[in-house]
Design a protein around this ligand. Sequence first.
Ligand SMILES: Cc1cc2nc3c(=O)[nH]c(=O)nc-3n(C[C@H](O)[C@H](O)[C@H](O)COP(=O)(O)OP(=O)(O)OC[C@H]3O[C@@H](n4cnc5c(N)ncnc54)[C@H](O)[C@@H]3O)c2cc1C
Length: 333
Amino acid sequence: MTAEAALDVLIVGAGLAGLAAARDLRASGRRVRVLDKSRGVSGRAATRRVSLSDGTGARLDHGARFFTARHDRTQQLVQAGLNDPWLREWARGFALWEHGTVSEPTDGHPRYVPWEGMSALGKELAHGLEIQTGVTITRLERQGSLWEVSDASGVVARAPTVILNVPAPQLGPLLTGLDIHVPDVEYAPAWAAGIVLRNDIEARWPALELRGHPVLEWIAREHTKRPAGHPPALVLQATPEWSRANLERTPDDVLPELLEAARRVLGDLPDSHTAFAHRWRYATPTHRAPGAGVWDATLALGLCGDSFTPDAHGPRVEAALLSGWWLAEQITA
Ligand SMILES: Cc1cc2nc3c(=O)[nH]c(=O)nc-3n(C[C@H](O)[C@H](O)[C@H](O)COP(=O)(O)OP(=O)(O)OC[C@H]3O[C@@H](n4cnc5c(N)ncnc54)[C@H](O)[C@@H]3O)c2cc1C
C-alpha cells in the first residue's frame, strides 16, 4: 500500500473552510491531507508581510479585514484565541464617510483580528495538520475505490474521500465529467492596496467605511490591529464596481489611483516606506448557493466554502468556518 492510499480524506484548498473541515475530520481519527496552490494557508484571510529598509517589518490584511462570531462554535474559537492569546478584539464599529463627512457611529458588535494578521487564523487552524502547499490541482478522477487528485505534472495523492474548498467559479475544470452539480455562484472582485507610512495620519478611528465613494469602500489604520510599535500603515479596498471596471489592469497601474483616492479622502499622506496593490478576482460572493455545502455520499465528494449559505448572515469568514464544520459533520455522521 502506498503512503497516499493510507489517506482517508484529501482536501483541495487550505482556506478557512477546508482547514475547519480538516481539523474536525482529523479529530474524528481520519488521516487528512490539505493541498493548496498558494505558498501558505488561510486563503482570502490573507496577510502581506512587508520588510522595511530599517530592518523592521509590517503586516497588512489585504484580504479579510476582521471577523465576527455570531455562532456558539465560532465564539468558542474566539474565546480560545483571546485566552491564548493569539487573537484580540479590534473594534466595535468603524467611522463612516458619506459625501465627504465623517461620523463615528458604534454598533457595539465586536470585530476580531489575530495580533499577527488575519492569516494567523488559518495558521492556527492548520496547526498539526498535514498540509502540502504550492500545488495547483487541475484534475480529479475516480479510480476504483479511490479519488486521484492531479496537478499539471501528474497524480499528487489518492484518497477515498475528497473535499473541494475552492470558490465555485473555479470548480468547473475539477468537476468536468463528474455527475455533480456545479453550484451557480457569482463573485465580485476587489482591488486592495497597502501602504506603510513613516508617520501616522491624523485620525482616531481604526477604520473608515466609505458609502457612495466612486473608488474606495474601506480604509483601515492597520497598525491599530497590531501590537504597539508596528509601523503606521493603511489598507485600502476598492468598491466592487471600481474593481470590476479595472479588473484587467496591473497592480502597478492601479496603485497610484487607489492612493490618490485615499489622499482625496484623508488629505496629503505622510511619506511612505512602501506600497502595493493586490487583485482578488473572486473576493466575495454576490450570489451564493443555498445550504451549508454539498456532500454526495455516493461519490464521497464534498464542497465547502463561502460559496454556500450556512447562515443568514453575509459571505464571510464565519460562513466559511461554518461550512467546513458542517461538511465534516456530514462525513463523520
Ligand atoms: C478583500 C476582501 C475583504 C474581505 N473582508 C472580509 C471581512 O472583513 N470579514 C469577513 O468575515 N470576511 C471578509 N472577506 C471574505 C473572507 O475572506 C472569505 O469569506 C473567506 O476567507 C473564504 O474562505 P474559504 O475557505 O471559503 O475560501 P478561500 O479563502 O478562497 O480558500 C480557498 C483556497 O483554495 C485554494 N485553491 C483554489 N483553487 C485551487 C486549486 N485548483 N488547487 C489548489 N488550491 C486551490 C486557494 O489558494 C485558497 O487558499 C473578505 C474577502 C476579501 C477578498
